[in-house]
Design a protein around this ligand. Structure first.
Ligand code: BES
Ligand code: MN
Ligand code: ZN
Length: 496
């Protein structure tokens, strides 16, 4: 999809389709009013006859509207004007893209970004429109999986701004939106790939390709390197797999020399069968998504590189499979992490924390400003927060605040959860320094507590994306979250 920012009159657009909004109770948006005037009340007539009620997300495609220069006018229902907020705006934008999907319209001009949204400025509305449009037209395809269908519908979208002086702001917002959209796309592509294609080795290859495209430094640590470093915890997870584990390390250094880097760590379990503590069969296929943390940190890196952000960023991916095998870790096994702490592996399905903890010790060498790990870590987080917010934990109030703010700004929200010492009790082991599970109560919190034991040397936060990284059911697919959150967080860092 090609985008551009323009300032013009809706009735004077010479293209395949002009997109304008209509509120409930027949109130026209400014752009719809302009068309209605040029068309001598044509739109008003349609609304009076009841063919379009303005219900949120409804659409009506009109052809040859008098007084206009375009082939079509798409009316998009915006719902009640008083209730028109972020969610409603996003729904309307999505509906507009879907309505043109499969139509003969190739290039369109959308006037929806002109419609005021409470608390959100024009730049936000443009950025969101770009991201939403890109993700609405996204379809998974891969030569070994499903061939790409030929897509009919809009390929060029002009986003209109109400006033000329806003063109510059619009262009900047467009650039941000495109950067984030490209990161989201990468995260979705990787997430959706099956476990037999997307292995730790494949992830390393993808990271190498990204590094090459944007001149980013990369190093991939192999099993032998990890053995030398004493990563007994990470390696214990990989024991049951024929696929070698990888620790992928990318260094993007476009900030001030000497400035401490932000470190992002992604959980890259390319398939999580649970190991010897094997999972039930139902929906186990979705455990191919257990590398979405890794996909999202790569996506954020891509977005940052696309935008050429002036920041020092290190991205680390702990990649492995988690499978049962004669050589796999057994419940009760005790392993020694790189930090020196011993871990009693009471449940081999709590493997995310086992690979992350060694990556967390490894990144100490970068003397990070802050460390954020991203992981599909616990089913319990989905019970706590559902599918709308990622779980947010951390040992630094300001870092947690910054991440929550970035989630709010990008509408890719995360919600703070407690990390009190009271919960640490649940991780006590009679046989090792720490157990890898803390019982059913507060499962996402005890998981975060486990990680906090490995974050003693820096400010750290943890995003549990088990509920947000993909959707189940008929529309099953990776969402690309939390790439928008992470990118906004990094953009704010680059400005500061
Ligand atoms: N990858 C899963 C978490 C998960 C499960 C995410 C379902 C999304 C949907 C993780 O490795 C896991 O298995 N966690 C266990 C932890 C338990 C054994 C303490 C869980 O959540 O059941
Ligand atoms: Mn697991
Ligand atoms: Zn897992």
């Amino acid at each position: 999809m090609e985008f551009s920012i323009k300032n013009g009159n809706p009735e004077k657009q010479r293209n395949d389709c002009v997109i304008v909004g209509v509120f409930e109770t027949r109130k026209l948006s400014a752009a719809a009013t302009a068309i209605d005037r040029a068309a001598d009340g044509y739109l008003g007539g349609i609304l009076r006859r009841g063919d379009m009620e303005g219900k949120l997300g409804s659409t009506l495609l009109l052809h040859n509207v008098p007084g206009t220069l375009c082939d079509r006018v798409l009316l998009v229902g915006l719902g009640k004007e008083r209730e028109f907020r972020e969610r409603e705006y996003r729904q309307a934008v999505q509906a507009s893209v879907r309505a043109l999907d499969g139509s003969g319209a190739n290039d369109a001009a959308s006037f929806l970004a002109e419609v005021p949204v409470k608390k959100r400025d024009l730049a936000w509305r443009i950025e969101q429109m770009v991201e939403l449009t890109q993700s609405t037209v996204y379809r998974f395809s891969h030569p070994q999986c499903k061939k790409a269908e030929e897509r009919r519908g809009v390929t060029k979208l002009v986003i209109n701004v109400p006033h000329r002086p806003e063109l510059k702001l619009g262009d900047a917002a467009l650039k941000r939106g495109l950067g984030i959209a490209s990161g989201v796309r990468l995260a979705r592509e990787l997430g959706n790939l099956p476990g037999n294609i997307c292995t730790p080795t494949y992830l390393a290859g993808q990271a190498e390709a990204l590094a090459k495209d944007y001149s980013i430094k990369i190093e991939v640590l192999e099993r032998a390197d990890m053995e030398k470093l004493g990563m007994g915890s990470l390696l214990s997870v990989a024991r049951g797999s024929r696929q070698p584990p990888k620790l992928i390390v990318l260094q993007y250094s476009r900030g001030k020399p000497g400035q401490k880097p932000v470190v992002l760590i992604g959980k890259g379990i390319t398939f999580d069968a649970g190991g010897i503590s094997i999972k039930p069969a139902a929906e186990m296929d979705e455990m191919k998504y257990d590398m979405c943390g890794a996909a999202s940190v790569l996506g954020a890196l891509k977005a940052v590189a696309e935008m050429d952000l002036a920041i020092n960023l290190v991205v680390v991916i702990a990649a492995s499979e988690n499978l049962p095998d004669g050589d796999a870790s057994k419940p009760g096994d005790i392993v020694t992490s790189m930090s020196g702490q011993t871990i009693e592996v009471l449940n081999t399905d709590a493997e995310g924390r086992l690979v992350l903890c060694d990556a967390m010790t490894y990144v100490e060498r970068f003397e990070p400003e802050v460390v954020v790990d991203v992981a599909t870590l616990t089913g319990a987080c989905v019970i706590a927060l559902g599918n709308h917010a990622s779980g947010l934990f951390g040992n630094s109030e300001s870092l947690v605040k910054a991440l929550a703010g970035a989630g709010e700004a990008s509408f890719d929200r995360a919600w703070p959860m407690p990390l009190w010492d009271d919960y640490q009790e649940q991780l006590k082991s009679n046989f090792a320094d720490i157990a890898n599970i803390g019982g059913r109560a507060g499962g996402s919190i005890t998981a975060a507590c486990f990680l906090s034991k490995f974050a003693k040397k820096y400010d750290w936060a943890h995003l549990d994306i088990a509920g947000t990284a993909w959707v189940s059911g008929k529309e099953k697919g990776a969402t690309g979250r939390p790439v928008p959150l992470l990118t906004h967080f990094l953009m704010a860092r680059a400005e500061a």
